[in-house]
Design a binder for this molecule. Structure first.
Ligand code: UD1
Length: 425
């Protein structure tokens, strides 16, 4: 619908509080939405092209709305079509190369417009993302790598002021640490730089592969030449493109854990089991019965939940974005488990709330020691970040009685229609 805006869709879905009546079995099917973490870099990458870009399967979540707002604020022309979660983006005119604090502070992926603005327009002023509840979220790796492509920058009053003399120049870059965002920013920037770039020690999350596929479909020249190494020939122009965003593996993982926790049988549709092999293996170890089809996973939770010790890690390791959800499941194990959080320094915000519901979890540095044998009790709760909020829903579903979860706007950032999907099952 021309003139419609994404927030019209999300507005009707925004929740204020969520009431959960627990201790029930779930039954039926859940359809997985498009991936939030794939949508955000792909939306940012549309800045590269003068040609129309049609994207479908975007999830109707707040972070996607914020990225669309950011694009509109710089001058992108965006038409939204209601039916297929799709949009058409036109960046044929010069845009403002400015990303304000008001938009980047709520969604740190806003920093991903830095690469494409520099690549196409040679300059950008982008707000620093700042910290958030799960950690400091620095962007030093992004900046160091962009410098290698010829970017000069200064940080003034909370903004990165960056420019390039003529065009970005291809370079060899080895990331000191695996970073999803830095890999994405550099893939986007290097695809329009002069000459060849070799990026090594890249993040290889499925969302990164989706970004590479998208840019190649637009006419980019990006090739995987090693497990974590990309060779990118910069191009100066792109073609009109249609692209369907990949599925949300974190949403799928969340519902799989939910089935294991509530000892229910659920069919999770619209997810390729290959991209969540690690998670499936973990759930099998814990005792769940799982059968796999091409684009469908059927899971039945077992009465006995086995304890495990696990560390979060970059893909293909166990994702930090499912750490809080898994912790709830391990609260029900017969013996104690240990989860080590290796990605973010402060990602145990959910623990205090889970303990209020009856869990026995102790934190020692970046380790959570989970007692097991928990009978969750319903309570009034406060959500603190996106994945912490969903872990509270999980605990509430397992609890006897009613729970009331406040500050659910965190959920709206990343889970499409979670209340509606859950009511259906
Ligand atoms: C992305 C995901 C997020 C996920 C995370 C890790 C999106 C929109 N978000 O976040 O859901 O939890 O990957 O899988 O896709 N770091 C630095 N310097 C930098 C960049 C990162 O020190 O310049 C550190 C971070 O503080 C963190 C680690 O590197 O400790 C990994 O962060 P990164 O992979 O960059 O996460 P995001 O891209 O922010």
């Amino acid at each position: 619908v021309h003139g419609a805006n994404w927030s019209n869709f999300t507005k009707s879905l925004i929740m204020d509080k969520l009431e959960v009546f627990g201790a029930r079995k779930l039954k039926g099917q859940i359809k997985i939405s498009g991936s939030k973490n794939a949508s955000l870099p792909i939306l940012a990458a549309t800045i590269l092209s003068k040609k129309k870009i049609h994207l479908s399967n975007l999830p109707k979540v707040k972070d996607v709305e914020t990225m669309i707002k950011l694009l509109e604020s710089v001058g992108s022309k965006i038409k939204i079509s209601k039916k297929k979660n799709s949009i058409c983006i036109n960046n044929n005119k010069k845009i403002k190369t400015f990303a304000p604090y008001s938009l980047v502070k709520t969604m740190r992926a806003g920093i991903l417009v830095l690469g494409p603005m520099l690549a196409r327009f040679g300059k950008a002023k982008v707000s620093l993302p700042g910290g958030c509840s799960i950690g400091t979220r620095p962007i030093d790796i992004h900046l160091k790598a962009l410098k290698k492509l010829g970017t000069k920058y200064k940080i003034i009053d909370g903004y990165v002021h960056a420019f390039v003399k003529k065009r970005l120049k291809g370079a060899k870059i080895k990331f000191a640490k695996i970073s999803v965002g830095a890999t994405e920013n550099l893939i986007i920037a290097a695809s329009m730089a002069d000459g060849i770039s070799i990026l090594s020690n890249c993040a290889i999350e499925p969302e990164i592969k989706d970004l590479v596929n998208f840019i190649n479909k637009m006419g980019g020249k990006i090739k995987w030449i090693g497990r974590r190494t990309l060779k990118i020939h910069g191009v100066s122009d792109f073609v009109e493109t249609e692209y369907k965003i990949t599925q949300d593996r974190i949403e799928a993982g969340t519902y799989l854990i939910m089935a294991a926790l509530t000892q229910s049988t659920l069919k999770i549709n619209g997810i390729d089991p290959k991209i969540i092999k690690t998670e499936i293996d973990v759930l099998k170890k814990i005792g769940a019965k799982i059968t796999l089809d091409k684009n469908k996973i059927t899971i039945s939770g077992n009465k006995i939940i086995k304890n495990i010790n696990l560390k979060t890690a970059p893909y293909p390791g166990f994702p930090t974005d499912l750490q809080a959800q898994l912790m709830v499941l391990l609260c029900k194990a017969k013996k104690h488990s240990v989860i080590t959080e290796e990605i973010f320094e402060n990602r145990f915000m959910h623990v205090a709330e889970l303990n209020r519901m009856g869990a026995k979890i102790k934190i020692k540095g970046n380790k959570a020691i989970i007692e097991g044998n928990t009978d969750f009790k319903g309570a009034e709760l406060m959500a603190t970040d996106l994945r912490a909020s969903v872990s509270l829903i999980l605990a509430a579903l397992s609890a006897k009685g009613k729970s009331l979860i406040n500050r659910t706007y965190h959920l709206d950032r990343g889970y499409e229609k979670i209340d509606i999907k859950l009511r259906k099952v």
